[in-house]
Design a protein around this ligand. Structure first.
Ligand code: AVJ
Length: 389
């Protein structure tokens, strides 16, 4: 069977630039200031991120790779995918392990990488298709917030979202994202999510404030991007990298702190006149959140979106986890997420317990939600396949 190579492009065109201008204007006029982390990844930012993944302090990539190296055959056996869909595919380095296992197991026919970056996606598509010659590769350039419904269902699928990218989402964004993943899944499909775990604060902070200062460069590069894309005049050297652990929200945060008062013009983000922003001495702008999870948080986020945690794999250092889920079949009277919002049923995420707390008493609203998404019947086995459990 000849392999097909398709590249579907959902270009945001002018809208992407408009969206950036709007998000930057909103973020810089808010107090405290914030900037969207998605704009880190221009060519230099992507190269710096690649460098970060090799830093001694940044354990995330190595820990996730360790799990995939140890478990991809097992994952392929459990999920038997005909199609692997990878959200935020990037360079597909880790995915290759799973593609290899599913390919050897004989089930895999098609790989669908989905990414916002057209350049990186084009090179992944051609690399994967030259490595696995009989595989159909259908790349999609899009934004997970708006184009997940462009993903065709070409067979029994394994949808993956690796690298703890989900940690960049605020609680509401995460709910929306997981609900749209749920909508992609048929009964025999699986979802595999990579999450970084709550751990010792020093280890977390070190991972985001490395000795060599690569993360600091990565962080400051966001200002270079704004200078170039929105004609801003940030004095990049006057901002210092800050990495801190926010225990209440169970997340790492990166900020940039103004060294001395600053007045910045951002013409491309203005509406009628160029946007003018001032920073007090030592004022910070938050540039990234990176949520750290527990199994309990993952389980509850999944349940809220109609997903059922089926297996949990961790690395030998218990630093990172891969969570495998299936869709909970919706009963005809089930509340969907939109209806639930209208009915003002408490959202479990708002009841989320602080970091490190794995158990929680049932809260008001849980019974309601449990009725909304009944546990799947029959084959449900909650296997904890972690070798250390
Ligand atoms: C690619 C979003 C998972 O949050 O750890 C690395 C990005 N930021 N160092 C992360 C990042 C600072 C990374 N993610």
């Amino acid at each position: 069977m000849p392999a097909a190579l398709t590249l579907t492009i959902h270009t945001l065109g002018m809208d992407a630039h408009r969206a950036m201008a709007d998000q930057v204007r909103l973020g810089l006029t808010r107090s405290p200031k914030e900037l969207p982390c998605r704009y880190f990844y221009d060519d230099r930012g992507s190269a710096l991120f690649e460098q970060i993944t090799e830093l001694p302090e940044y354990y995330l990539t190595r820990a996730e790779t360790e799990i995939l190296e140890a478990r991809s055959d097992e994952l392929a056996t459990i999920t038997r995918p005909q199609v692997i869909v990878e959200l935020g595919a990037g360079a597909c380095t880790k995915t290759r392990l799973l593609i290899g296992s599913a390919h050897r197991a004989g089930s895999l026919r098609c790989f669908v990488p989905f990414d916002i970056g057209e350049g990186v996606l084009r090179s992944s598509v051609s690399e994967i298709s030259s490595e696995f010659r009989d595989l159909d590769v259908h790349g999609i350039v899009g934004d997970f917030a708006s184009h997940l419904d462009a993903i065709p269902r070409l067979g029994r699928q394994l949808v993956m979202f690796l690298g703890s990218t989900i940690g960049n989402f605020e609680v509401a964004e995460r709910r929306r994202f997981l609900a749209s993943v749920r909508a992609l899944l048929s009964e025999d499909d699986f979802f595999l999510l990579g999450v970084d775990l709550v751990k010792d604060e020093r280890e977390l902070v070190a991972a985001y404030a490395d000795e060599q200062g690569v993360t600091a460069e990565f962080n400051r590069n966001l200002l270079n991007v704004l200078n170039r894309e929105l004609d801003a005049d940030f004095d990049v050297g006057s901002f210092e990298h800050v990495a801190l652990w926010n225990a209440a929200a169970s997340r790492m945060e990166m900020h940039l702190r103004a060294n001395g008062g600053q007045r910045v013009r951002v013409p491309g983000a203005g509406l009628l006149a160029p946007l003018e922003v001032s920073f007090e001495d030592r004022e910070t702008v938050r540039t990234e959140i990176s949520v750290k999870f527990t199994r309990g948080i993952v389980e509850r986020s999944f349940a809220d979106a109609g997903l059922d945690l089926r297996a949990w794999f961790t690395d030998s250092g218990q630093r990172f986890a891969l969570a495998l889920a299936t869709a909970i079949p919706l009963r005809h009277h089930a509340l969907d997420l939109a209806e639930r919002d209208q009915l003002d049923v408490p959202n479990r995420e708002d009841l989320e317990v602080p970091a490190g707390d794995h158990v929680r008493e049932p809260a008001a609203g849980d019974a309601e939600l449990a009725r909304g998404f009944p546990k799947s019947q029959g084959l449900h086995v909650d296997v904890n396949t972690s070798s250390l459990h």
